[in-house]
Write a protein that binds this ligand. Structure first.
Ligand code: IPD
Length: 272
């Protein structure tokens, strides 16, 4: 199989897995949905539907690709032997999903030898599915995506997010306090994958957040890059849990510079 054929095959599987999980989550959400477990803190929640959707996705993908590896938010973890690993967030935006809010997504990326080559983000309540294949652009359905031309910095619309740990979110609020007088406004949608797709589709000028996990970031980062956005972390670094940033090119450097100055890459002082 050529690289191109392999990428097309992985894309087809990723799209179908996301479609199936999206339908399960949208149509099968119990009216009395509750919290099944908590993770890093009491507000970092998992629902039975996160677990069911991850099972559906890994089950579907392994039928066709039994030797691939997995990394999933709800515990899927196996190295595989094929060189392909699937990085899965069955519900990115679990708190929104729990409350019946529409901004949640299914995020599925395929890596080959550690490089993301395919990204799929389905946002069923928006009726939108985003995808990208490395080198082939970013798409929402049939529509090719391009990030917005950069506005003056003071007119930029920037999204961010807040982690679940008190020391982290306190510092994140401080960074937002310093940033907001310098830009048009801030958005916090509650799904990092959707924020990254919104940078790709021109609904945001930029997005940044500290503390993301690989499954929050993998698919959306490729989609943003393939739409022409620049992505990174601290100056000179790739996006990571320390800091992830995506922006239309004219905004990337000034925003990265400010985030460095404001300390967006570290947590607050636990004693403060
Ligand atoms: C969360 C969302 C949210 C971000 C959090 C993530 P989850 O993912 O992406 O927007 O602010 O940092 O943990 O827990 O809903 O999969």
């Amino acid at each position: 199989m050529t690289d191109e054929d392999l990428h097309a095959h992985l894309l087809e599987l990723g799209l179908e897995a996301a479609r199936r999980a999206g339908a399960l989550l949208k149509d099968g959400r119990p009216a009395d949905l509750g919290v099944a477990a908590t993770k890093s803190s009491p507000i970092d929640v998992v629902t039975e539907m996160d677990i069911a959707a991850e099972k559906l996705i890994t089950g579907y993908l392994s039928e066709f690709r039994p030797t691939d590896g997995f990394l999933g938010e709800e515990g899927a973890s196996s190295p595989g032997t094929s060189g392909v690993r699937w990085v899965i967030d069955p519900i990115d935006g679990t708190v929104n999903y729990l409350y019946g809010r529409p901004d949640w997504s299914v995020s599925i990326a395929a890596e080959i030898d550690g490089q993301v080559v395919v990204g799929v983000v389905a946002a069923p309540m928006r009726g939108e599915t985003y995808h990208a294949v490395v080198g082939q652009g970013a798409w929402m359905g049939e529509r090719r995506l391009a990030c917005r031309p950069a506005p003056p910095f003071a007119e930029s619309l920037v999204a961010t997010g807040f982690g679940y740990l008190t020391d982290r979110r306190t510092q994140q609020a401080e960074v937002a306090r310093l940033l907001i007088p310098r830009i048009r406004d801030i958005r916090r949608c509650g799904s990092a994958a959707i924020d990254l797709c919104d940078v790709a589709g021109g609904r945001l000028d930029a997005y940044y957040e500290r503390g993301l996990n690989p499954w929050d970031l993998a698919a959306g980062d490729l989609i943003a890059r393939e739409a022409g956005a620049l992505t990174g972390g601290r100056p000179g670094e790739p996006p990571s849990g320390e800091l992830a940033l995506a922006a239309t090119p004219g905004l990337f450097d000034p925003l990265q510079h400010l985030l460095e100055r404001f300390g967006a890459w570290h947590d607050g002082d636990p004693g403060a």
